[in-house]
Design a binder for this molecule. Structure first.
Ligand code: IYR
Length: 220
């Protein structure tokens, strides 16, 4: 059965206004940095709900919205997650990662210690759903990684736009997150994102973005 179709009538801006908006959004998003040092200053649940609703408005294959967001402020759970994440990262940094990978990460100064998981007032664990279970039956999802990746992008931009900081942390393999959070088997943990204010003395590496000519080709 087709959906009923409804008019889509966003406010139409003229060319100059479009340019202005594009520039303002670029300036906003381009000031975002991945932050590893957080303040423990509280962030309201309402803010987290709005950020997740923004992420969940992302496009997805056949509009299946194949994701789930676990938002955790509970200190005991955050501590349990930190311990398990650091155990995986200990093995990643000291056994599993190749020399090339370690060399690539060295300038960023990352290591197996992840205090931000406990310090940030919230962590959001994003799960992707390979399939859904509807009334006990398996229903297919499509382009699951692409869809979840797009939603993660929306999530990160919503966090930044609200004046907060985050980091895409990947303590792989991440199966421990589904276990600790008691998630169903069709959900696979995908990213862990601490959310909060950056620490007042937070430092970030002085990296630069590739110039436009390196990342885009125009065919006019
Ligand atoms: N999962 C580790 C390692 C790591 C990997 C990449 I690629 C990064 O850009 C940063 C870290 C961690 O989260 O520390």
């Amino acid at each position: 059965m087709p959906y009923p179709f409804i008019p889509y009538q966003p406010k139409i801006l003229d060319i100059e206004e479009v340019e202005k908006e594009a520039l303002a959004y670029f300036n906003n998003i381009n000031s975002r940095r991945s932050v590893r040092e957080f303040s423990s200053k509280p962030v309201s649940k309402q803010t987290i709900e709005l950020i997740i609703k923004t992420a969940s408005s992302a496009p997805s294959g056949a509009n299946k919205q194949p994701w789930h967001f676990a938002a955790i402020s509970n200190a005991a759970l955050k501590s349990q997650i930190r311990i398990a994440a650091e155990e995986e990262e200990q093995r990643n940094y000291h056994e599993r990662m190749s020399e090339e990978w370690l060399r690539d990460l060295e300038p960023l100064g990352t290591d197996e210690h992840k205090p931000f998981i406990e310090i940030a007032p919230w962590i959001i664990v994003m799960f992707k759903k390979a399939h859904d279970i509807v009334e006990g039956e398996k229903r297919k999802n499509y382009y699951v990684s692409e869809s979840a990746g797009i939603a993660a992008g929306f999530l990160i931009s919503a966090i930044h736009n609200a004046g907060l900081a985050t980091l895409t942390h990947t303590p792989s393999p991440m199966d421990f997150l589904g276990k600790i959070l008691n998630r169903p088997a069709n959900e696979r943990a995908f990213l862990l994102l601490p959310v909060g204010y950056p620490a007042s003395d937070a430092m970030v590496p002085d990296i630069s973005r590739k110039p436009l000519e390196k990342v885009a080709t125009f065919y006019e």
